[in-house]
Design a protein around this ligand. Structure first.
Ligand code: NAD
Ligand code: 6OD
Length: 487
């Protein structure tokens, strides 16, 4: 199965070229992988106008049951074209195909089904109000769509994160203009075909390609016809988007960066913890917002845990996406690898001991043009080091000892971010206590990135604004009108 080599914009139900194109390189070998049609401001305007037209047409009066049926058909169509989505995602990201099958594409279909279930089961508030003269009033709220929603997403889990926003937006009756990352244009484009096959009306799902500043991203966030922006990406980009929407006071939902901690107590099951940490540090080459980059370890276990993690890192297999033995792909781009490499150098300057990794691997001539990096573990740095404070977004972690529960909580919470944490212990009382003490949106105990799509997902501090997932997503994508009737 081959992925498309051209990514077109999709506006008002039609695929359209851009004013210019750019080539997106394969992270695996650096060769051109996709020609992307960049949307200029006129095309972005056409997409917003198409979305508005859809809202003013039949989509605007669609019922919840019509929309949930559509969402389920979209999920069915994703599954029918599963291999095409896998090929497109692998081509853009270089991820192991096994991972894309198990996580990215499987979750895309699941996102549509889950939000169809949620919206079908969720009502709004109603109250009988007692008045002072003995009469009553009936208050009830009606949920209306927010309107035209801009959906801006990153490259690390492209289809998963896109559908995580598009599914609830459509379930609530909105029309969307999606801007995928310039690094991963393909699955958003393929989804446009699937939307049409499922019967989603023209203009409800639009795709514009391009970059952020000076390109489609900026044109979208500054467009006066956009009623709200849901964004996943870097905290600094979130800040720029807030400034862009501020003059028109538009709502935002932000899932941003993380510098996530794991707290490992000496009583933990060592093998299970090493396996869990190996996943939380290295999955998707560390390019998951939830990835662990700080591992606090109770001192008596420190050496054994470090040895276990080094051994686990040694078992990772970097290689081509279609090789079933491959566990770990490249970073997304040379530009991102330069950023990660600068942190590998910085760690050494800051006095870190490199337990494993620390550089660019030699994987032979076929892969030399790719953006590969070695899984890397450090000791000898503390919370004052920049590599312990700043998000690297690569397969790296610093191991830091602690001597008491109070110290572990203090160190884990000593960050400007607040996305996720994981606590590893056999003492469940302590597990609950420490997990709740974490200043984060999501806290796991003896696991990591185990998802129930109804639970609130999001972050504190620099890690975001708002929560998505189940009914929490519906808060952003709906605008309630309260009706008060005196009885
Ligand atoms: P990014 O912020 O550079 O880009 C994300 C998207 O925003 C892209 O589509 C990009 O083109 C667009 N963009 C960039 N500047 C813009 C601007 N000024 N106006 C409008 N759009 C703009 O992020 P990235 O490098 O693609 O992704 C990695 C980052 O995303 C990491 O920080 C990671 O932690 C974060 N992330 C967070 C979550 C979460 O759920 N909290 C999930 C995934 C990724
Ligand atoms: O699993 C999800 O729903 C989700 N939003 C994951 C985000 C991962 C960040 O890279």
């Amino acid at each position: 199965m081959t992925a498309p080599t051209e990514a077109l914009n999709h506006v008002g139900g039609k695929f359209v070229t851009g004013l210019s194109t750019f080539d997106k390189a394969s992270p695996v070998d650096g060769r051109p992988a996709v020609t992307v049609h960049e949307a200029g401001p006129e095309l972005v305007d056409a997409a917003v106008t198409a979305a508005r037209k859809a809202l003013n047409g039949s989509w605007g009066s669609s019922t919840v049951s019509e929309r949930t049926a559509l969402l389920r058909r979209v999920a069915d169509r994703i599954e029918a074209r599963f291999d095409e989505f896998v090929a497109a995602e692998v081509r853009d990201t270089g991820k192991p195909e096994t991972l894309v099958r198990e996580l990215d594409v499987a979750r895309a279909a699941m996102n549509f089904r889950s939000f169809a279930d949620t919206v079908a089961a969720t009502g709004m508030d109603s109250f009988l109000t007692d008045l002072t003269d003995g009469r009553q009033a009936l208050n009830y709220a009606v949920a209306k769509p927010l309107g035209v929603v801009a959906v801006i997403v990153p490259w690390n889990l492209p289809l998963l994160l896109l559908t995580w926003k598009v599914a609830p937006a459509l379930a609530c009756g909105n029309a969307v203009v999606v801007k995928p990352s310039e690094e991963t244009p393909s699955t958003a484009t393929l989804l446009a075909e699937v939307m049409a096959e499922a019967g989603v009306p023209d203009g409800v799902y639009n795709v514009v390609h391009g970059f952020g500043p000076g390109s489609a991203g900026e044109a979208l966030t500054t467009h006066p016809g956009v009623d709200g922006v849901t964004f996943t990406g870097e905290s600094a980009t979130g800040s720029a988007i807030m400034r862009a929407v501020a003059p028109r006071v538009r709502p935002v939902s932000f899932e941003l960066g993380g510098k996530n901690a794991a707290v490992v107590f000496a009583d933990t099951d060592l093998d299970r913890t090493v396996a869990g940490l190996s996943r939380s540090v290295f999955l998707n080459t560390g390019q998951v917002c939830l990835s662990t980059e700080r591992v606090y370890v109770e001192r008596p276990l420190f050496d054994d845990l470090a040895a276990g993690l080094v051994e686990a890192a040694g078992k990772l297999r970097l290689g081509r996406p279609d090789d079933p033995a491959t566990t770990t792909g490249p970073l997304i781009s040379h530009k991102h690898r330069e950023k990660v490499r600068s942190y590998l150098d910085l760690a050494v300057e800051e006095g870190a001991t490199v337990l494993t990794g620390g550089g660019v691997p030699d994987l032979g001539p076929g892969l030399a043009g790719g953006s590969w990096i070695e899984p890397t573990l450090w000791t000898g740095v503390d919370n004052t080091a920049r590599v312990v404070r700043e998000e690297v977004f690569g397969p790296v972690a610093a191991l830091i000892p602690f001597d008491s529960e109070e110290e572990a909580v203090r160190l884990a919470n000593d960050t400007d971010y607040g996305l996720a944490a994981a606590v590893w212990t056999q003492n469940l009382e302590r597990g609950h206590r420490v997990a709740q003490a974490m200043r984060v949106g999501m806290s796991w105990v003896n696991t990591w990135y185990l998802r129930d799509l109804r639970s609130p997902f999001g972050g504190a501090g620099l890690s975001g604004i708002g929560r998505e997932g189940g009914r929490h997503s519906l808060h952003f994508y709906t605008q309630p009108t309260n009706v008060c009737v005196q009885l």
